[in-house]
Design a protein around this ligand. Structure first.
Ligand code: ARG
Length: 360
């Protein structure tokens, strides 16, 4: 009998059933059943309710996430019966379509079967289900520098992108020790937004764009001692993720010098604050463009307000709201939000989402 698993399971089932308001005798019965399954098989199977609430608790416990107010709205796809690589790809396609919802983005997670004794593990190699390739070329890096290693892996396996700045990477799915299978993503289902600016008419000529839905696919969902290493999940973007990081970081798309130049700013000295000015307009452009395209997005001030409400809700429920301050503060104007001015307890609670080693 795996005592550690049993202890972890018991703790989760108890908390889960309490939160769901289940009567004591139902809890007792369920604990007995779980205990027997663990001693007979070395693992146990979550009911759909446990899986769904566990995945939502995991979001609630995500210390780095500013968007946790909406944890209860997470839509949970149970794909634990999936066996083959193409079935995985079909489930991912369904996830993208459901989450995108023509722009009215719905937070969702698709859960594949967990690590199990005598079962081959399902692995998704992608960092996000939709992400742009990055290539090293003679004339410098093309696309997203953060994707260069993964892009090289895809090319090694026969994939070939158009070498543009915004090539959507294929899905790489591996089951057990089999050769990973590649699935090109049907661009029909990938919503993207061209970046324009409410006043600066030349902004569209920079040809910047981003995809609508961030779907993290390389983290492990842990619920009650069960490890779901393939469980892609999404929310909607906060503008700064795109405008202050993806398009702005000098190790990503590095667009601040270009934006500043078009704005006619003095880039010869830092003290002209050209970076700050360019950042503000780039972020205004991202928010404006998503809004115009009818794609859900939240600005960092609103997101911080939502986190504050989440903090209050958690206090009412008698739970401590843990957090990672270094991630919760937005990358622009952090001190203009309440987050900057308080401390967060960084303890890690489970269920939660965890980083795992890259398979490549
Ligand atoms: N920061 C990541 C990106 O820019 C996405 C992380 C998840 N973000 C979210 N809003 N759920 O692609």
């Amino acid at each position: 009998m795996d005592i550690l698993l049993w202890k972890t399971a018991k703790q989760f089932i108890t908390q889960c059933y309490q939160e769901l308001g289940k009567p004591e005798d139902i809890l007792k019965e369920r604990l007995q059943e779980v205990k027997e399954e663990i001693s007979e098989t070395g693992s146990y199977t979550h009911t759909y309710e446990e899986l769904a609430h566990g995945a939502r608790m995991a979001w609630r416990n995500s210390n780095r996430c500013i968007g946790r107010l909406f944890w209860q709205t997470l839509h949970v796809f149970d794909e634990r019966r999936v066996q083959t690589e193409s079935q995985v790809a079909a489930a991912l396609k369904q996830h993208v379509e459901f989450a995108t919802n023509e722009g009215k983005i719905r937070p969702a997670i698709t859960v594949f079967r967990p690590e199990l004794p005598n079962k081959e593990t399902i692995k998704i190699w992608n960092h996000q289900l939709i992400r742009y390739a990055g290539y090293q070329t003679e004339s410098g890096i093309v696309g997203d520098p953060a994707s260069m290693d993964f892009t090289a892996e895809c090319e090694k396996r026969g994939w070939r992108g158009r070498q543009s700045d915004y090539d959507v990477l294929p899905w790489v799915i591996q089951i057990g020790n089999r050769k990973p299978e590649l699935f090109p993503v049907n661009l029909q289902i990938v919503k993207e937004v061209q970046i324009t600016h409410p006043d600066l008419t030349w902004f569209k000529d920079l040809s910047l764009q981003w995809y609508a839905v961030p779907i993290i696919s390389d983290m492990k969902l842990e619920i009650g001692g069960i490890h779901y290493q393939a469980a892609p999940f999404n929310g909607w973007y906060m503008g700064t993720e795109i405008g202050a990081r993806n398009l702005a970081d000098d190790f990503r798309y590095n667009k601040l010098p270009l934006v500043a130049e078009w704005m006619g700013l003095d880039t010869s000295k830092p003290s002209s604050l050209w970076k700050d000015r360019a950042l503000v307009e780039l972020n205004a452009a991202v928010l404006y463009s998503f809004k115009e395209a009818g794609v859900s997005i939240v600005d960092h001030h609103t997101a911080a307000q939502q986190l504050k409400i989440f903090e209050q809700n958690e206090a009412i429920e008698g739970r401590e709201c843990t957090g990672d301050w270094t991630w919760l503060i937005p990358p622009v104007s952090p001190a203009a939000t309440h987050i900057f001015h308080k401390e967060y307890n960084p303890s890690i609670q489970t269920p939660n989402y965890f980083h795992q080693n890259k398979p490549y």
